[in-house]
Design a protein around this ligand. Sequence first.
Ligand code: PHE
Ligand code: ZN
Length: 896
Amino acid sequence: MRTDTPPTIYRKDYADPTYLVDTVEMGFDLEPSLTRVATRIFMQRNPAGSNNEIVLFGEELELVQLRLNGKVLRAADYKLAGGVLRIPGAPAKVVLEIETTTRPDRNTSLMGLYVSNGNFFTQCEAEGFRKITFFPDRPDVMAKYTVMLRADKKAFPVLLSNGNLIEEGDLPDGRHYAKWEDPFKKPSYLFALVAGNLVCQEEKYRLKSGREVLLQVWVEDGNLDKTQHAMDSLINSIRWDEERFGLELDLDRFMIVAVGDFNMGAMENKGLNIFNTKFVLANPRIATDIDFANIEAVVGHEYFHNWTGNRVTCRDWFQLSLKEGLTVFRDQEFSADMIGTDSGRAVKRIDDVRVLRQAQFPEDAGPMAHPVRPDSFVEINNFYTVTVYEKGAEVVRMYQTLLGRDGFRKGMDLYFERHDGQAVTCDDFRAAMADAGKRDLKQFERWYSQSGTPRVAAGVHYDAKSRTLELTLEQSCPATPGQKKKQPFHIPVAVGLLDSKGRDMPLRLDGEKSAAGDTTRVLELTKARQTFRFTDVAEKPVPSILRGFSAPVVLQYEYSDAELAFLMAHDSDAFNRWEAGQRLATRRLLKLTTAVQAARQSGHVVSFETVLGNQDQDSALSDALRITLRDETLDAAFRELVLTLPSETMIAEQMEVIDPHAIHIARQFMRRTLARDLRDDLLAAYKACGTPGEYSPDADASGKRALKNVALSYLVELDEEEVLTLAQKQNDEANNMTDRLAALGALTNSSAAGKAAALEGFYSEFEKEALVIDKWFTLQATARNADVNTVRTLATHPAFSLKNPNRARSLIFSFCNGNPSAFHALDGNGYAFWAEQVIALNGSNPQVAARLARSLDRWRKYTPALQEKMRHALQQVAASSNLSRDVAEVITKSLS
Ligand code: PHE
Ligand code: ZN
């Protein structure tokens, strides 16, 4: 382990900046091997600051010269240590001129200024601007920027930065320049430049106000056949934000640029969004339905940041969820509105909750658990988490649930009225919601300060004589790092009651004059335990609790199998209808998993099939799924969700001690059982949804493909010639990537004779499409028969590179996170591989390395034998030299 333990930064230590910046002028002489940056900063002492020391941050920079109010500073005039440059005793008004150089072509961290495929890009959030120049690189320092870019005209014909292009022209020696001015104040993390050989699709768009704006999507030459969907998504986003939130695009020009080397999904730089190619490039040939949906969501997300993040930004990085939670909520609502139907909205909701449970609940229960607004961090890059993003979005959604849609909109309006142009906190947002809605949201603060997933246990008591139903809700929250005891949360619990026919019953709470019109009621649970009494309840109902997943909690209620099947068939709340099926399946899967463990323990296992076959006589799940599958009044997309079993990771979350192999065997067994039980219905659904016409990514068409392909994936479990032929045919004839990839996956996981040829054929057909080759790697890393050796072999493939984050994720991350039973092989070879890769990535790209490091953070949850091997691998990484702050933080917290 590194000897100099990196310092922890605390939220409570926030101090106002000592100097504020009015304007920044920057000049770039762009050369891949050595770029010169001249920066002029006009700054003033901050009346709220505590002294007259100028504090600038700078990393991996060569400082050429520093001038203060025209005077060259000598080494004795300032202190430069540990990435901080301090100039004490500075005057009230300062013009600081800084000359630095950097080496973009050697920058493999992809933070600051870097080169990707010969073009220049920047990434400044969170603290990348300090790799470009010395600067008060903190989000509460907002300034206006003017940027002059100079570069070789042939190699870098396109020169882009934030805001408006105000001048361009030629220079001697084959060079040229472009000058950009951003009219809006912004924090340095929103700075961006792009220079290179790029082409664009552009469109003029008229805003509601009548103003015309220029929209551009920039890509490498040869990719213009893949930009239309991103452009459409951008236009839809602009229109949606006007309509739903009254927010207009404030610039005359809005650009999206795609880059193949990118650590994250995309970045909301003012007027110049930079995107991972994965979230821009699409056409039916190369992109799946999920890709199309993700592009729409991410384009929306980055666009919506223009108001929630850019116009109103974060005071400090502890407030990250202020912009991210809110903006994820906005992109979720956008995607839902784009589908438009109620059932489509429900499908979107289920998708979002699945992500939350699959990724955030485990985070909240592990050593990296942190509140939505963290109290401390070592490396801020490690806090771009599912907690800050997805749980943060749930927190924002709860305001809307509590205040209503109109109330929420009033809160948003007040938030912008108060804070436009400012850097603020999560408390400021909550205050705007409380004040606009005239609500006391004091207790609601605990959603920001307390980590861990709350449990809500429900109990009902029906009294036929008095026709009353008592619903008792009791909340608790497990201990998390640094937080032993929790205070009660303010939890909105949406509830409905179903009569014996499955109809919603009128709801009248004790003390109310009559039943409300609405058959879903949002109860507010604020105490540790509360009882809600419904009167006039004509018969004993089946309760439907936490409708629409009204709060990010675990609901504990002992439904019988019969009640779950009943809810699956009748609940008017589509989310709970799906949820009932998941509960039924989970219950069964856990039973089977225990049976596998018991059989293994007894040592008498002839075949698990026999043991489990005896176990699983009950057909409740098959019967319920059959009803859903046959119900053509339900969207295909919804039926697909109901048919999809909880993932192995989800099942693991339900276990006291995780046994990945037992889970895998149990789940596979259940898939085969269901395939057998539902064979004819699955085939019928496959055929009914399978008429390939012209491809469209709309909700209806993609839902049908999803149902068809989940049916196929079950059917191939039967290993029948007829079905394998169907898969082969689909692979050969598919006119879109969704069907192609599904067929290839089905073949790969089967005994089909043609599977090797199918994989090879796929590779040669799409060799030139990096994003498709990523899918090819992922498919093999997550294949059922894959093991660590498969992945080691693939890592030697000429197309593999650890340096490209998408490629690294497609193979390494997919294996470590997406193939649990192979990764957790008993011999520990999966973990050894993981350690090697974390160490290798640590040297080139700490941010990506730290993400991979998280794959073992929950090691204490596993069986003792696996734990031991995991700890060994963690210690191996801990002991390696030159650990980055990023990786060190994750490993230290995992082992502590
Ligand atoms: N702010 C980006 C988003 O959520 C994510 C991001 C963070 C991108 C850090 C790059 C670096 O839209
Ligand atoms: Zn974001």
